[in-house]
Write a protein that binds this ligand. Structure first.
Ligand SMILES: *[C@@H]1O[C@H](CO)[C@@H](O)[C@H](O)[C@H]1NC(C)=O
Ligand SMILES: *[C@@H]1O[C@H](CO)[C@@H](O)[C@H](O)[C@H]1NC(C)=O
Ligand SMILES: *[C@@H]1O[C@H](CO)[C@@H](O)[C@H](O)[C@H]1NC(C)=O
Ligand SMILES: *[C@@H]1O[C@H](CO)[C@@H](O)[C@H](O)[C@H]1NC(C)=O
Ligand SMILES: *[C@@H]1O[C@H](CO)[C@@H](O)[C@H](O)[C@H]1NC(C)=O
Ligand SMILES: *[C@@H]1O[C@H](CO)[C@@H](O)[C@H](O)[C@H]1NC(C)=O
Ligand SMILES: *[C@@H]1O[C@H](CO)[C@@H](O)[C@H](O)[C@H]1NC(C)=O
Length: 385
């Protein structure tokens, strides 16, 4: 116990005797972490002895280049673009980076020129860490290709990037890239997925996209020594409907028409019966299928007589379509078309008959004329001869 007290006493005596105690002393945080792209301030404080004053302050960056310097008395500042100084206190110097960049990673020094004792220095080392920036969510039609993207600002910390598919209750590894393995895709995804070669910006490309790819994907940057940084980006896959329409008689005078369409998300089916108030009703059914698509069937019960007069249309709406698809149960148009074709055919036949008649008549006349002419010529020749 005596030893400890003695030790402390000695230390105190020694430190009091040291000339450095008579000079200003700079204090600064040795190691700080800052986030890429964000505003960040570092500060050095100086404790001055009576009679001392600060003449000039300089800040040196990682490469020992002057970042900023100012003279105390003049309150004049020099600012390097995105760095400025807060002059609110004469015994401290705080510089603020308006947006921290990768090149700020490292040790910065503050140098106080103190009168009369001379230069006093402090040091602060900044570790720039980043947050994962996931690319925008994508929506794509099944069968087309697409890619998903993520980036991480401080590439020198990244050891590996890993993409995983997030399914309810689990995560499946999809693909990874590191300096060692040069990119590998898991067997389950091998035939349609590729991964870009890069640790700062990473991209998985999918071609062709299938309905089961509809999911969120996490991009994970394994950084050393700061652990795993994650981002999430999502893919929505559309399956466009190809509607089918058929109908059959359900009894005397009643017809049931089925309009069916498979899509993802589920298509919506409506009917358009040319403004008519005659009784008809509609029943809907839908069924989810294993691949994530939905089969929707809409059945229209309608009086058969209606179909002879009105056009009945099944209309399929889907988010992935620019405009709805309409399929006509074209009985009415069919009748009109049949009549049109029949009338045209009959007319054409009549015209043909007329042509043949006329041709025959004229040919006969012409033949007669020719004979008469020939006879006349022959007579003239006989006369002159
Ligand atoms: C400098 O002084 C200010 C105010 O007294 C204090 O908040 C800050 O933590 C000090 N900085 C260092 C590096 O000591
Ligand atoms: C900057 O200067 C310090 C001290 O003078 C020195 O230790 C360091 O190696 C220098 N750094 C560079 C990048 O020149
Ligand atoms: C300068 O520092 C003072 C105290 O440390 C603070 O109140 C003030 O907001 C700072 N000004 C700017 C522009 O950062
Ligand atoms: C992407 O989609 C997911 C899930 O739908 C959502 O939570 C997230 O906010 C979306 N991200 C963007 C950038 O829109
Ligand atoms: C319509 O679809 C339903 C359900 O699949 C089926 O039971 C019915 O026989 C179909 N009707 C017609 C007219 O095709
Ligand atoms: C249908 O409309 C016509 C005229 O618009 C009307 O005379 C007739 O009563 C209506 N029928 C029914 C069942 O509402
Ligand atoms: C719709 O019409 C069919 C056939 O006429 C009939 O079986 C069914 O009960 C009707 N449904 C409704 C809701 O009226």
């Amino acid at each position: 116990m005596y030893d400890a007290v003695l030790h402390r006493c000695l230390l105190l005596c020694v430190s009091l005797m040291l000339p450095s105690r008579l000079q200003g002393e700079v204090t600064s945080h040795q190691y700080v972490k800052g986030i890429l792209g964000e505003r960040f301030t570092i500060q050095c404080n100086i404790s001055l002895q009576p009679g001392e004053s600060v003449m000039q302050v300089r800040w040196l960056d990682v490469q020992n280049k002057t970042l900023l310097s100012y003279i105390m008395n003049e309150h004049k500042t020099e600012t390097e673009g995105r760095v400025f100084v807060n002059l609110s206190r004469p015994d401290a110097s705080a510089i603020t980076f308006s947006s921290l960049s990768v090149k700020d990673d490292g040790c910065h020094r503050c140098a106080f020129d103190v009168y009369p004792s001379g230069l006093q220095e402090g040091k602060t080392c900044i570790t720039v860490i980043a947050e994962v920036k996931p690319g925008s969510n994508k929506t794509v039609v099944s069968g087309k290709s697409t890619d998903l993207q993520c980036s991480y600002g401080v590439v020198k910390h990244v050891q590996q990037v890993l993409w995983r598919k997030i399914t309810p209750g689990s995560k499946a590894d999809v693909a990874s890239y590191s300096k060692m393995d040069k990119g590998s895709v898991k067997d389950l995804f091998k035939d349609r997925f590729t991964i870009s070669h890069g640790l700062q910006e990473t991209r998985i490309s999918i071609s062709p996209v299938k309905p089961e790819d509809d999911a969120c994907f996490s991009c994970e940057f394994n950084t050393y020594p700061y652990g795993t940084k994650k981002g999430v980006t999502c893919l929505t896959v559309y399956v466009l409907p190809k509607p089918q329409l058929d109908y059959r008689s359900l009894g005397p005078g009643i017809i049931g028409a089925n309009c069916s369409a498979v899509g993802k998300p589920a298509p919506e089916i409506s009917w358009n019966v040319e403004t008519d108030n005659r009784t008809f009703n509609v029943s809907h059914s839908s069924k989810d299928r294993a691949d994530g698509t939905t089969l929707v069937i809409s059945t229209l019960f309608v009086q058969a007589s209606l179909l002879d007069e009105k056009s009945v249309k099944c209309i399929v709406h889907h988010r992935g379509l620019e405009s709805p698809i309409g399929v006509t149960l074209n009985t009415k148009i069919g009748t009109a078309l049949t009549i049109l074709i029949t009338v045209t055919a009959v007319a054409a036949l009549l015209v043909l008959c007329l042509c043949i008649c006329l041709w025959r008549c004229f040919l006969r006349k012409d033949d007669g004329n020719d004979n008469k002419k020939q006879q006349f010529n022959r007579k003239i020749r006989e006369c002159s001869g």
